[in-house]
Design a protein around this ligand. Structure first.
Ligand code: AMP
Ligand code: MG
Length: 430
């Protein structure tokens, strides 16, 4: 058994970034920047009016009302490109260039136009610089504004667009094949027969892998048969950057995934991690593909995917932050750790009245309790060897990305639904 941190380090060491590709800006959301984004213009590109009003010289309106001659108009997209002299003003709109010679803008509300005479009365004095954003005050041409390795989010799109990135270089999406193994499995569309269960791992892994930025193929179910496993694993590995299997990696008589990998000549980097849940996790390379052999239990799948496989998928795309970021929360109920393994226990995060982030451990029945896990928004990390952590203690929590809403930090939204297990509102019972 190797420590979790060592296993993650091995994943980082064995994973290389895929070549970059260029995508249209409209398709860039969620992709990882493979180039630094550099300003190709000053921002603003010219001295810009921040108000509708009159461009003037502050000295001309030191005593008010001041009557000044209107000599022109500067609109957004159509500036007034002459020298404005003392005693003159230029009518100006928000976003328009401030003419040379002007040093302030007085807003239209503080002026009164003199009917038909081509004059305006400025009713209040302004300081020089008022309502003008000077050229390059925000960004200078040549400045780096976003960095390679950052994930492109909605808030960044304006920056990319404004500096002319009609196409953006991003990390290529890894091609992931997902393969559930186990002779008991039937597809979700089937009614399980005697001794059978529906496969959920293929769907879980495919979902997490898509959220991590991969393109995913779900493969047909494979039974517990070494020769068949070898055939399917070899085929899938040859066709993908990453193969993620589930099941067949524990110590049972029919756990053949590892044997199949070994017989195919895969290089196995680790096969047991001091982790709860998720001890029998396998990480290997077969040909050019990385292979994650995740355990069969659905909760173990979620935990080990997010710790290991997700990390590889992010590195492949060139992400600067490849692992889930950790937060500190205050424990809302005692949790028990394990003597020889590091634990990642399902929890819900919420904030109390004072704004403190609380981690509420879910009551769950172990690594097969995927129904309790369905409400999880965070994993509480209990270090190896720590027996019990008391209510009120600070704990490290990881937040697996489970949906777009969650990525936007709406854990309260999910917490609100948490008590609904077994009772989805009026009269309906699970
Ligand atoms: P294994 O790791 O193959 O021993 O599986 C551990 C447990 O997870 C068993 O109860 C399996 O039935 C269950 N399991 C394995 N694969 C899946 C799957 N694809 N979907 C749901 N449960 C699974
Ligand atoms: Mg099995």
């Amino acid at each position: 058994m190797i420590p979790v941190a060592d296993a993650i380090q091995i994943v980082l060491d064995q994973t290389t970034t895929l070549p970059a590709e260029s995508v249209a800006l409209a398709d860039a959301l969620g992709r990882i920047l493979a180039e630094d984004i550099v300003a190709d213009t000053d921002l603003p590109p010219f001295d810009r009016a921040q108000m509708d009003g009159y461009a003037l010289r502050a000295a001309d309106v030191a005593s008010t009302p001041a009557r000044l001659r209107i000599v022109g108009e500067s609109a957004a997209g159509a500036g007034w490109h002459h020298e404005m002299k003392a005693g003159e003003v230029v009518r100006i709109m928000t976003g328009a260039p401030v003419p040379a010679g002007a040093d302030a803008v007085q807003q239209v509300e503080l002026t009164r136009e003199v009917d038909g005479a081509g004059f305006v009365e400025i009713l209040e004095a302004v300081k020089a610089g008022r309502s003008i954003v000077k050229q390059a005050a925000e960004i200078k041409v040549g400045e780096t504004v976003l960095c390679a390795g950052e994930e492109i989010n909605a808030a960044m799109i304006a920056t990319l667009a404004s500096f002319g990135y009609a196409r953006v270089k991003v990390g290529r999406r890894p091609r992931v094949s997902v393969m559930a193994t186990g002779s008991e499995l039937v597809d979700v569309s089937h009614k399980p027969g005697r001794d059978q269960i529906r496969d959920s791992n293929n769907y879980t892994i495919a979902t997490y892998a898509s959220l991590a930025g991969a393109t995913v193929e779900r493969l047909p179910l494979v039974g517990d048969d070494t020769e068949e496993l070898k055939r399917q694993i070899a085929k899938a590995a040859a066709a993908s950057d990453v193969l993620i299997t589930s099941g067949g990696v524990s110590m049972g008589v029919y756990d053949f995934t590892k044997a199949a990998l070994q017989e195919l000549g895969a290089e196995i980097f680790f096969e047991r991690v001091a982790l709860r849940p998720g001890k029998p996790t396998v990480f290997a390379r077969l040909g050019d593909a990385l292979v994650f052999g995740l355990p069969g239990n659905p909760v173990s799948v979620a935990v080990t995917f997010n710790l290991f496989a997700r990390t590889a998928l992010r590195v492949m795309q060139g992400a600067k932050e490849a692992t889930l970021t950790a937060d500190t929360a205050v424990l809302a109920r005692d949790v028990k750790g394990s003597i020889d393994r590091e634990s990642y226990l399902p929890a819900i995060l919420r904030t109390d009245e004072k704004g403190t982030l609380l981690a509420e451990p879910l009551k769950w029945g172990g690594s097969s309790d995927f129904v309790s896990f369905a409400r999880t928004t965070a994993l509480i990390n209990v270090p190896r060897g720590v027996g019990r952590i008391e209510t009120g203690s600070p704990v490290k929590v990881l937040r697996p990305i489970i949906s777009e809403a969650y990525a936007l930090d709406r854990q309260d939204f999910f917490a609100a639904f948490a008590p609904l297990r077994g009772n989805c509102g009026s009269g309906s019972k699970r």
